[in-house]
Design a protein around this ligand. Structure first.
Ligand code: DLL
Length: 431
C-alpha cells in the first residue's frame, strides 16, 4: 500500500527519533562544510555538538533566500564541486537564479522522494504520465519525470506549451496522468473545448499540480474541466524542487517527506515557533543533504501543520494548502490579504472562468485594486450590459464582505487574458 513501508506509517515518536539522528549529522555537516553556517553558529555561540534532538532546533539560526543570493553561486555547496552531478535553479526571470546542487546520493534521494510522492498521489506501473512542466533549469519536470519513471510508469516528457500537441499525445498514447501547474491544466482544459475534444474520450484520470497555489475553487475547475482527480504537489528549488510534500487522494493536506525535510511553523514577524495548527511561515531543515544542507530555511509560504493518521493510513505530518507567500501578501488600506482569498470569492460565481488579473494602482495617495475576469463564453454571448453590470456588482459586494474595502471588478470577453503554460502571473502591481 505504501512506497516506503517503514517510513510512511511510523508513529510520531519513532519519526522524531529518526529525525533527531539525522538532524545531528546534518547540522555537523553544515557546520563543518559551509563557512556561512560556521560563522553564524559561532556568532551566536551555538556548538553543533549541542544539537541532540529535534527540540534543540530552535537554538539554530534561520537561513533566507538573501543568504543564498549573497553566497551565489557556490557559497552553500558543502561538497567538492567534482562531486556535483546536477545543478537546477529557481525559475525567476530577473536577477541571479537560486541554484540547487545534487551529488549522486542527493539525486537518488530526490528520486526516492518523488517516487514516494507519485505513489502517494496514486500513480502505478501501468500509468502513462505526461510531464507538462517545463524541462529546464526549473526542477518541476525533471522531478516528476524521475519519480514516475522509478515507479515503472510510462513517461512522456512533453514539457510545457504546444497545447494542441499535448492533447494529440494524450489521445494517441492514452495518457492517464497529467503533471503540470494548475494554471496550465486550466489552459489545457480550455483548449480541449476549442478543439471539440470530449473529456470522456481521453484516458486521463489524475492530475498532479504544483509550483503555484491552487485554491479549492480552482481545483474544482480543473477536476470538472478535465474529468480527473487533481492532487496538489509542493516544493521549492532550494530544497531540490518538488518532492517535499504531496496530497494523497483524500485531499486532506500535503504529506511531508519528513524523514528528508524537518518542518516548523514560525511567526514571520517574531520568528518564534508556533504550535501545530497555528498559521505561520513554513520553515524547513534538510535532514539528508550532502551538497546543499539548509538549516531552518524560511520558505515565505504561509500554512499550518496537522499531525495524526490520515484516512490513507499514512502518519507523515501534513501541511495545509499554501495560503500565499509573505512576499505576495497584499496590504491595501491597512488590510492584509492574499490573492488566493480573492480568487476563492471570484471563482465562486459560475458565470466566470478562472482567467483573471489583479491590478494594483494608486489613486491619489490611496491604493486601488481592480480585477479583470473573463466570463464563460455562454454568459458573454447571451448577457446584456445590465446583466454584466449586475454580476460585477454581486462580485464586488462579496469581495467587500471578505476584505472590508471596495475592489473594482470588470468582466471581460472570453480569451482576452493571456494564458499560462507555467506559473501564472495574476497580480500586476503598478503602484
Ligand atoms: O515551484 C518546485 C515545484 C515544481 C513544486 C513542480 C511543485 C511542482 P520554485 O520555482 O522554487 O520551485 O518555487 C517555489 O512556489 O515556495 C511556493 O511559494 C510555490 N509553490 C510550489 N508548490 C506550490 C503549491 C517549484 N503546491 C515556490 N501550492 C514555493 C502553493 C506552491 N504554492
Amino acid at each position: 500500500m505504501f512506497w516506503d513501508e517503514e517510513i510512511e506509517g511510523l508513529s510520531c515518536d519513532e519519526m522524531t527519533h529518526i529525525q533527531g539522528e539525522k538532524l545531528r549529522k546534518q547540522v555537523k555537516h553544515a557546520y563543518e562544510r559551509i563557512e556561512f553556517y560556521r560563522k553564524r553558529f559561532d556568532a551566536i555561540g551555538v556548538n553543533p555538538g549541542e544539537i541532540k534532538t529535534v527540540e534543540d532546533i530552535s537554538s539554530l539560526p534561520f537561513t533566507t533566500k538573501s543568504d543564498l543570493r549573497n553566497n551565489y553561486p557556490y557559497g552553500f555547496c558543502a561538497v567538492p564541486h567534482s562531486d556535483i552531478i546536477r545543478v537546477h535553479a529557481s525559475s525567476g526571470t530577473t536577477g541571479k537564479p537560486t541554484p540547487v546542487f545534487h551529488t549522486k546520493k542527493d539525486l537518488e534521494n530526490w528520486i526516492n522522494c518523488m517516487a514516494r510522492n507519485c505513489y502517494i498521489a496514486g500513480i502505478r506501473q501501468d500509468d502513462v504520465c505526461q510531464i507538462a512542466f517545463r524541462y529546464a533549469l526549473f526542477t518541476g519536470a525533471f522531478g516528476h519525470h524521475l519519480g514516475a519513471e522509478r515507479i515503472g510508469a510510462t513517461v512522456i516528457p512533453m514539457s510545457s506549451g504546444q497545447t494542441e500537441r499535448q492533447l494529440m499525445m494524450m489521445q494517441d498514447f492514452k495518457t492517464t496522468v497529467l503533471h503540470c501547474t494548475p494554471s496550465y491544466a486550466i489552459t489545457i482544459a480550455e483548449k480541449m473545448i476549442d478543439m471539440g475534444i470530449d473529456k470522456r474520450s481521453l484516458s486521463l484520470r489524475l492530475g498532479i499540480h504544483g509550483a503555484e497555489p491552487m485554491t479549492e475553487e480552482l481545483r474544482g475547475e480543473i477536476e470538472e474541466g478535465l474529468g480527473i482527480l487533481s492532487i496538489g504537489d509542493y516544493g521549492l528549488t532550494e530544497l531540490g524542487g518538488p518532492g517535499v510534500s504531496i496530497e494523497c487522494p483524500e485531499q486532506a493536506g500535503y504529506h511531508i517527506n519528513e524523514d528528508y525535510f524537518f518542518p516548523e511553523i514560525v511567526d514571520p514577524e517574531t520568528l518564534k515557533p508556533l504550535p501545530d495548527g497555528e498559521i505561520g511561515e513554513l520553515v524547513f531543515t534538510t535532514l539528508q543533504k550532502e551538497a546543499l544542507a539548509l538549516i531552518r530555511y524560511r520558505t515565505r509560504d504561509i500554512t499550518h501543520l496537522e499531525r495524526g493518521r490520515c484516512a490513507c493510513g499514512r502518519t507523515l505530518i501534513r501541511h495545509k494548502p499554501i495560503k500565499g507567500r509573505t512576499d505576495d501578501m497584499l496590504i491595501i488600506g491597512g488590510v492584509n490579504f492574499f490573492p488566493s482569498q480573492l480568487e476563492s470569492v471570484l471563482l465562486g460565481f459560475e458565470e466566470v472562468e478562472p482567467h483573471y488579473v489583479i491590478r494594483l494602482t494608486k489613486k491619489g495617495r490611496l491604493d486601488h485594486v481592480s480585477v479583470d475576469i473573463e466570463t464563460t463564453p455562454a454568459f458573454w454571448s447571451k448577457s446584456s450590459q445590465d446583466a454584466r453590470a449586475g454580476l460585477t456588482r454581486k462580485m464586488e459586494m462579496r469581495a467587500k464582505d471578505l476584505l472590508g474595502f471596495r475592489i473594482e471588478i470588470s468582466v471581460v470577453e472570453p480569451s482576452s487574458i493571456p494564458r499560462s503554460e507555467g506559473k501564472a502571473k495574476r497580480v500586476i502591481d503598478n503602484r
